[in-house]
Ligand binder design. Structure first.
Ligand SMILES: [Zn+2]
Length: 269
């Protein structure tokens, strides 16, 4: 660790790590809970169909395939008549632990997209992007979405995300998943990729599989077969009946130990 700090002193750093990507071709190292990335690229602040938000607090670096895919998602959403997507956290320039609040987002293959489909979303100057707050779609009791806030466009946006090539999972609140289970008609196979998780009441989390050619990148097991509109979803609501309501797992008390190759990536000039 001391060596890392000494080497790190030669490049611009914050507590979150270097402010620039490690040079070289895109290279993802590690697993969802402990990893990093070299050769990351940054999502533009503004692009057709999207804006990044909370620029001072967030970070928008990812694998080039992921960054291109997010811009494709934005174009698809625009073509479907949705307002600009608000893009939030992806990863630090070299990955690693992000903000102390994310257990993932370490390798440039995770991205948070707000579930805000009510336009218009005019292009905001950076200062105004700091102040907007997402609205929770989930009722306070956690059992359903707020009917007055739910729109067909939410289905469109989550479907586009879940069918984007390379996306492994889309995490949403269990109440949002249940709503999708109830309202989606036609081809429902994409529901498999939409998984319930704590929080995620105002944004969805896109998780991409390891892009092609990333031999040092470890994938999760794929989602279970089926739509997931079954007892595994009901489990989340059964927890709400328990005396103490479930809370999201606490972030690890200390940062995970990154693979040795990540220490070299973090220290690269
Ligand atoms: Zn996320």
């Amino acid at each position: 660790m001391r060596l890392l700090l000494l080497l790190g002193a030669a490049i611009a750093c914050t507590a979150a790590g270097p402010l620039t990507p490690a040079p070289g071709p895109a290279r993802i190292v590690g697993t969802q809970g402990a990893g990093c990335i070299a050769g990351a690229v940054r999502l533009p602040d503004t692009a057709p169909g999207m804006q990044t938000i909370r620029l001072s607090r967030s970070t928008f670096w990812g694998h080039p395939f992921v960054i291109a895919s997010l811009q494709t998602l934005a174009l698809q959403a625009r073509a479907a008549g949705l307002p600009d997507l608000y893009m939030n956290d992806i990863s630090n320039p070299r990955g690693g632990p992000l903000l102390g609040i994310h257990a993932s987002h370490m390798r440039g293959v995770d991205a948070d997209v707000w579930l805000d489909v009510v336009g218009p979303h005019p292009v905001l100057p950076p200062a105004q992007r700091e102040d907007i707050e997402p609205i929770s779609l989930v009722a306070p009791d956690g059992r359903s979405v707020v009917a007055s806030l739910w729109r067909p466009e939410h289905v469109t946006l989550i479907r586009l995300a879940a069918t984007l090539p390379g996306v492994d999972r889309v995490l949403v609140n269990p109440a949002i998943k249940r709503q999708l289970c109830n309202v989606v008609t036609g081809d429902r196979r994409w529901l498999r990729r939409v998984r319930p998780w704590y929080g995620h009441a105002s944004h969805m989390h896109l998780h991409f599989s390891c892009p092609a050619g990333q031999g040092e990148c470890g994938d999760q097991a794929p989602p279970p077969a089926g739509e997931g509109c079954d007892a595994t979803l009901q489990w989340w609501f059964d927890q709400l009946d328990l005396p103490s309501r479930p809370a999201a797992p606490a972030p690890p008390a200390r940062p995970p130990l990154l693979p040795a190759a990540c220490r070299a990536i973090m220290a690269a000039p």
